[in-house]
Design a protein around this ligand. Structure first.
Ligand SMILES: Nc1ncnc2c1ncn2[C@@H]1O[C@H](COP(=O)(O)OP(=O)(O)O)[C@@H](O)[C@H]1O
Ligand SMILES: O=C(OP(=O)(O)O)[C@H](O)COP(=O)(O)O
Length: 503
């Protein structure tokens, strides 16, 4: 357990401008702390109701965390919810087959806890979502196919409106009994949604008394139903799913149990630069796979045959490798690859060292030696975050590397390692291997999780009400307590305590 002295010494890493000499934070006796800069800094920022600065020392050095406590649905009492019309923005953007059958209901299941909480407290839930990217009213993007599954999961008959604004919808809303759910039609049938037009947001907001955003998958979009409505509905709070996603994706990455490994794959360096750069600041081990590795090989002077290469990113790859070295991060590139004579499921394939990719052949997966090296490296870790497949896993013969990572993470989860999966394809791979349920956290947002990992702020989260000073203070007491209980690791993953690492 960390001593107060060691905690204080970590706090001295704060810049002098943050070391204010004031403390108004009163803690229970058992938690009373020496007048460290840490506590002083916390109290000042909470009192100001602004972004709050806390500090923790990770094993690899210092980091500063701006923590923002957002008001949560669980902060609302029964009295505040009973009989109230609650506009709930969820991300029910689920895949449908050609017969309009739901092929993966993960996002519907993930939305259930918040809706159940609201209806069990007597609220009238007005449920809103988008589906796909329709241009105007498009029947195949209707939310109607979701009604049976929603009703089944909620245990009540969910009503469905044919529109999301207008007199017909208003009539349905006014007829809602307490504890019921009305699903609005696809909010993207109006172009005003994505344009975040205030008049449209106002119309949506006029249906309800308060707002809950639980649409993590869409929280990176500043749309009328995710951001605009918050200007017209008070309170505007976070739902349970949104909270959980932030707790894992930001909390665990800001203050991970170490060693902390990140596995980044996928097709292109360009789509993952932000994530790689951001993770280099935080992780101890970085494993790279997927199509992007060939740009790194070429940057090192190796020949890559006809593998995917981004010629204009060679310098960037070199600088990322240099940065890893400078930061003391062990960056592991695969040592062998599975190459194919063409980009096809039935291609001829063979395993070759990464340094010996023949002309005319393209790398489509990581090889067995690399899997072993990656597994050995992962064996040492306490937290692993994974974004992007190791190969073209859509073709069975090039899915081995991706499936091996999924299996290894499942095994590590069973040993208490925190495993976090973000990104549509990685999640699909984990589902395919059948190990999704053992992972610590599977994100429901591909783009949103990437933006969070890149350190960007999400408009859908920013727009929500800040928790009250008393709630924030109560959470800081927990935070400070855990600071000492958790071996000097500031444990941010507390109920709706959201943090953003800044450098
Ligand atoms: N070696 C490779 N060559 C070409 N494409 C690859 C390679 N490895 C992986 N990919 C492709 O990368 C795609 C996923 O990339 P990306 O969208 O960045 O991942 P995610 O959706 O997990 O964020 C997959 O369609 C996969 O086929
Ligand atoms: O599926 C979604 O994003 P994702 O594919 O990045 O996880 C969300 O529903 C957001 O959809 P959008 O990218 O059309 O805004």
């Amino acid at each position: 357990m960390a001593s107060a002295t060691s905690a204080a010494s970590s706090l001295s890493l704060l810049p002098s401008s943050r070391r204010h000499a004031s403390s108004s934070l009163r803690l229970p006796l058992s938690l009373r702390l020496p007048r460290t800069h840490f506590v002083q800094s916390l109290s000042l920022h909470v009192a100001a109701g602004a972004a709050r600065i806390v500090s923790g020392r990770a094993q690899r050095g210092s980091m500063r965390v701006v923590a923002m406590a957002k008001k949560s649905v669980s902060d609302l009492t029964s009295a505040e919810l009973e009989g109230k019309r609650v506009f709930v923005r969820a991300d029910l953007n689920v895949p449908l087959d050609e017969n309009q059958n739901i092929t993966d209901d993960t996002r519907i299941r993930a939305a259930v806890p918040t809706i159940k909480y609201l209806i069990s407290n007597g609220a009238k839930v007005i449920l809103s979502s988008h589906l796909g990217r329709p241009k105007g009213v498009t029947p195949k993007f209707s939310l109607s196919p979701l009604v049976p599954r929603l009703s089944e999961l909620l245990g009540i008959k969910v009503e469905k409106a044919d529109d999301c604004v207008g007199p017909e919808v208003e009539k349905l809303v006014s007829a809602l009994p307490n504890g019921s759910v009305l699903l609005l039609e696809n909010v993207r049938f109006y172009k005003e949604e994505e344009k975040n037009e205030p008049e449209f947001a106002k119309k949506l907001a006029s249906l309800a008394d308060l707002y809950v955003n639980d649409a993590f998958g869409t929280a990176h979009r500043a749309h009328a139903s995710t951001e605009g409505v918050t200007k017209f509905l008070k309170p505007s709070v976070a739902g349970f799913l949104l909270q959980k996603e932030l707790d894992y994706l930001v909390g665990a990455v800001s203050s991970p149990k170490r060693p902390f490994a990140a596995i980044v794959g996928g097709s292109k360096v360009s789509s993952k630069i932000g994530v790689i750069e951001s993770l280099l600041e935080k992780c101890d081990i970085l494993l790279l796979g997927g199509g992007m590795i060939f740009t790194f090989y070429k940057a090192q002077g190796l020949s890559v045959g006809s593998s995917l290469v981004e010629e204009d990113k060679l310098d960037l790859a070199t600088s990322l490798m240099a940065k890893a070295k400078e930061k003391g991060v062990s960056l592991l590139l695969p040592t062998d690859v599975v190459v194919a004579d063409k980009f096809a499921a039935d291609a001829e394939s063979k395993i070759v060292p990464a340094s010996a990719i023949p002309d005319g052949w393209m790398g489509l997966d990581i090889g067995p030696d690399s899997i072993k090296t990656f597994n050995d490296a992962l064996e040492t870790t306490k937290t692993v975050i994974w974004n992007g497949p190791m190969g073209v896993f859509e073709f069975d013969q090039f899915a081995t590397g991706t499936e091996a990572v999924a299996k290894k993470l499942a095994e590590l989860s069973g040993k208490g390692v925190t495993t976090i999966i973000g990104g549509g394809d990685s999640v699909a791979a984990v589902e395919k291997v059948g190990v999704a349920n053992v992972m610590s956290h599977i994100s429901t947002g591909g783009g949103a999780s990437l933006e969070l990992l890149e350190g960007k702020e999400l408009p859908g989260v920013n727009a929500l009400d800040e928790a009250s000073v008393s709630v924030a203070l109560a959470r800081i007491v927990i935070l400070v307590r855990d600071h000492f209980l958790q071996e000097e690791k500031i444990y941010i993953c507390k109920r709706n305590y959201h943090c953003f690492v800044i450098y």
